[in-house]
Ligand binder design. Structure first.
Ligand SMILES: Cc1ncc(COP(=O)(O)O)c(C=O)c1O
Length: 314
């Protein structure tokens, strides 16, 4: 909720909004009478890039300075963003990390960055992590993770930052695109976004103008995401919102799998367009959109817009 972020948040973090929209002239699209545009959400903020800003800004406003507890895997972009926000805005952060076997090992660079930003890390076993939506399990995790902070004083942000407020924040992305490309009209505005927990797609679709549609490219295997997105939309908007679909063909084996064919595609895209392509999410979405263009899936004249939701990890 860009406009409604409290002055302290926007003043301290100075997001670049609306994010730039760039025409690529990519011939795999232009040769078919299509445009490929890049919505550069990765440029919104150096520490809270892309969907991290859009999802976290309304949640940090709701947290109102309380300690924030959140969840993620050992390489989670979301954990890094929450830790950085805590450092920049001066609130406590606790990261619950999947996998208690990591507890005794040296921190990987991503978790080391979280710790350097002041995040308290708590490693939890995978069974408890999976069951964290069960209120009793969550209460136990919070008791163990929060240490001297009273569990009822913390603000809990779910894994990946996807909740109703996050979807409301991501609806701004759809509205921005509507303002920038709404003139494309009809079925000519097609927006691609990579999906992990689905909050970004849930909000984006809701904010798009009538006639616009969003395609989500899940990076995890499993086919469970559609129901998750419906649940997020029910919580945020009271029911289904906007025109969206999922194309489940481009996960490349699952989360964090980046086979050579994907890497080659991403390296080529970087050469063509001078964009550093984040491999775990953004590369899969760009590959999917390009494959769909080659399959003839878009109507002539369509403004195919790729949301660049993040940057390669440092
Ligand atoms: C770079 C990037 N793109 C896309 C996503 C997917 O977002 P969501 O979990 O809202 O589906 C993530 C995960 O948060 C991400 O880090």
């Amino acid at each position: 909720m860009t406009e409604e972020a409290p002055p302290s948040l926007s003043a301290a973090l100075r997001p670049v909004l609306p994010s730039p929209l760039q025409e690529t002239g990519d011939e795999r699209f232009t040769s078919r009478g299509l445009r490929l545009l890049l919505k550069r959400d990765d440029l919104i903020h150096p520490d809270l890039p892309g969907n991290k800003w859009r999802k976290l800004a309304p949640n940090l406003k709701a947290a109102a300075g309380r300690p924030v507890v959140t969840f993620g895997g050992a390489y989670s972009n979301h954990l890094r963003a929450v830790a950085a926000a805590g450092r920049l805005l001066g609130f406590d952060t606790v990261g619950v990390v999947r996998g208690d076997e990591l507890a005794g090992r040296p921190l990987n660079p991503s978790l080391a960055q979280c710790a350097a930003d002041g995040m308290r890390l708590h490693f939890t076993d995978r069974a408890a992590y999976r069951a964290k939506r069960d209120p009793a399990v969550l209460a136990r995790i919070l008791r163990e993770a929060a240490g001297d902070i009273a569990p009822d004083e913390v603000y809990v942000v779910p894994e990946g930052g996807s909740n109703a407020l996050a979807a409301l924040g991501c609806a701004d992305l759809g509205r921005e695109l509507g303002g920038e490309l709404g003139r494309a009209g009809g079925d000519a505005l097609v927006v691609g976004v990579a999906c992990g927990t689905g909050g970004t797609l849930a909000g984006l679709a809701a904010g798009l103008p009538r006639g616009g549609r969003a395609i989500g490219f899940p990076v995890l295997r499993g086919g469970f995401l559609g129901e998750e997105i419906h649940a997020i939309q029910r919580a945020a908007f009271g029911g289904p919102a906007g025109n969206w679909s999922l194309d489940e063909r481009f996960h490349f084996g699952g989360y964090a799998r980046t086979p050579p064919v994907l890497d080659a595609f991403a390296a080529d895209f970087e050469q063509r367009h001078g964009l550093a392509v984040e491999r775990l999410y953004v590369a899969k979405m760009l590959y999917g959109l390009t494959a769909l263009a080659e399959e003839g899936a878009f109507p002539p004249g369509a403004a195919v817009t790729a949301v660049i939701t993040g940057r390669p990890a440092p």
